[in-house]
Design a protein around this ligand. Structure first.
Ligand code: FE2
Length: 210
């Protein structure tokens, strides 16, 4: 079955609390609430049926350029803890080629069913997945936990200003969010992404090299 059962010393996830300064965490929420109109519904480019896709994944995303001011804060945290994260997840430390970021909103009824973040040549560079959680000061939604079925149904609760790291080859899902007000500001927000290693398939130059 899953690799956790064969290698009990491998932790499924590593989590940290109090990731950003309180004022940065609050400023992030304020900032992205002013950008609600820039969010795009996750599309079904790989699926012929839009309805089937939306039954499997439903959320809205904002791309890096629209929250760029907050990226250095997270990047500093990720790089500071990189060795510890690799050690905990039993991932051989590697030279970081780049870090991919996107910002995701899950509101009432939204979810992302079972999937892996690394399963195709296009996602081959992804070495570590991270999910940073943030929400309104008084949490107005329930659900939205991250579930790892092969990790003994491990559930990670979305707690404001925490971050979780895991191996992108592990199957996981975002359970359905319940947000009775249906207001954008009351939803489950994450900055999520991947720490990338240089692709051995694409053979493209590393950042800063010509
Ligand atoms: Fe994922």
């Amino acid at each position: 079955m899953g690799m956790w059962k064969k290698n009990k010393d491998i932790k499924v996830v590593i989590q940290y609390a109090d990731v950003l300064k309180n004022e940065t965490n609050k400023a992030l929420l304020r900032n992205i609430l002013s950008k609600e109109k820039l969010f795009k519904f996750t599309g079904g480019a790989n699926y012929s049926s839009y309805e089937i896709y939306h039954d499997w994944r439903k959320s809205q995303v904002l791309y890096k350029k629209d929250f760029i001011d907050f990226v250095p804060h997270l990047e500093k945290f990720i790089k500071k803890h990189f060795n510890e994260i690799c050690q905990c997840l039993k991932i051989e430390p590697f030279k970081i080629h780049d870090i991919d970021y996107q910002l995701t909103s899950h509101n009432d009824g939204e979810l992302f069913k079972l999937h892996k973040d690394k399963s195709t040549p296009a996602t081959e560079e992804r070495m570590i997945t991270f999910v940073y959680y943030f929400n309104s000061p008084v949490k107005k939604f329930s659900g939205g936990e991250l579930l790892f079925p092969e990790g003994g149904d491990l559930l990670i609760k979305p707690v404001n200003n925490t971050i979780v790291f895991f191996n992108p080859t592990h199957t996981h899902e975002v359970l359905k969010v319940s947000c009775p007000s249906k207001k954008f500001k009351d939803g489950r927000f994450t900055i999520n992404g991947w720490i990338l290693k240089e692709s051995i398939l694409k053979n493209k130059p590393a950042k800063g090299k010509k």
